[in-house]
Design a protein around this ligand. Structure first.
Ligand code: SF4
Length: 161
C-alpha cells in the first residue's frame, strides 16, 4: 500500500512556530489514516528547531533558490537558518526513500512545506508564488507535492498509483 507523507501540523500536532497545529479536517486524510498510509513529517522540528520558535521566511527566492545557494532562510530576528532548513528537507527526503513515498500533502505557505505559495521574505504577511525548501527538494527527487487545499487531487493520484 502506497504511503503518503503529510505535514505533522495538519495531523493536529502542535509543531508550528507559534506552538499551534493547523489541523486538516478531510475525509481523504481520515481514510489514509485508517488505512495506515500516513507518514508524518515536520522538517523544522526534525531538524532540531524548538517549538515555539521565531517565524522564518525565505529571502530573495524560494526553496529552489535555497537548494541552489541563491536564497536564504532567516527568522524574524535575522538568524540565518538556511542550514537547518536544508537538514529538515534532507530528513524528509530520507523518510520518502525509506517508505517509497511518491505523494506528499504539506502545509501551504510554510518556508519548509509550502508548495504553491510562500511568504515573501519581508515578514509583512505578503505572499508570493514559490515552494518551501522541503517541497522543492522532494519535487527534485520525483515526489508529487500538494498543498492541503489540493488533497482531493492528491487522493486521485494516490488511488492511481
Ligand atoms: Fe507544519 Fe511543515 Fe511548519 Fe512543521 S515545518 S510546522 S510540518 S508547516
Amino acid at each position: 500500500m502506497e504511503k503518503v507523507l503529510v505535514s505533522a501540523c495538519l495531523l493536529g500536532r502542535r509543531v508550528r512556530y507559534d506552538g499551534a497545529a493547523k489541523s486538516l479536517v478531510s475525509e481523504i486524510l481520515a481514510q489514509w489514516q485508517a488505512e495506515g498510509r500516513v507518514v508524518a513529517v515536520c522538517p523544522e522540528v526534525d531538524a532540531g528547531l524548538p517549538t515555539p520558535r521565531a517565524p522564518a521566511e525565505i529571502v530573495t527566492g524560494d526553496g529552489h533558490g535555497v537548494l541552489a545557494g541563491s536564497a536564504r532562510v532567516v527568522d524574524r530576528c535575522g538568524v540565518d537558518l538556511t542550514r537547518v532548513f536544508l537538514k529538515g528537507a534532507s530528513l524528509a527526503l530520507q523518510l520518502c526513500r525509506k517508505h517509497d513515498i511518491k505523494v506528499a500533502v504539506l502545509t501551504e505557505h510554510s518556508p519548509s512545506c509550502g508548495s504553491m505559495q510562500i511568504y515573501d521574505g519581508s515578514f509583512s504577511g505578503e505572499k508570493r508564488a514559490g515552494a518551501g525548501v522541503t517541497s522543492a527538494l522532494l519535487r527534485q527527487h520525483g515526489v508529487q507535492v500538494f498543498g492541503q487545499q489540493d488533497i482531493v487531487e492528491a487522493g486521485r493520484v494516490v488511488e492511481a498509483l
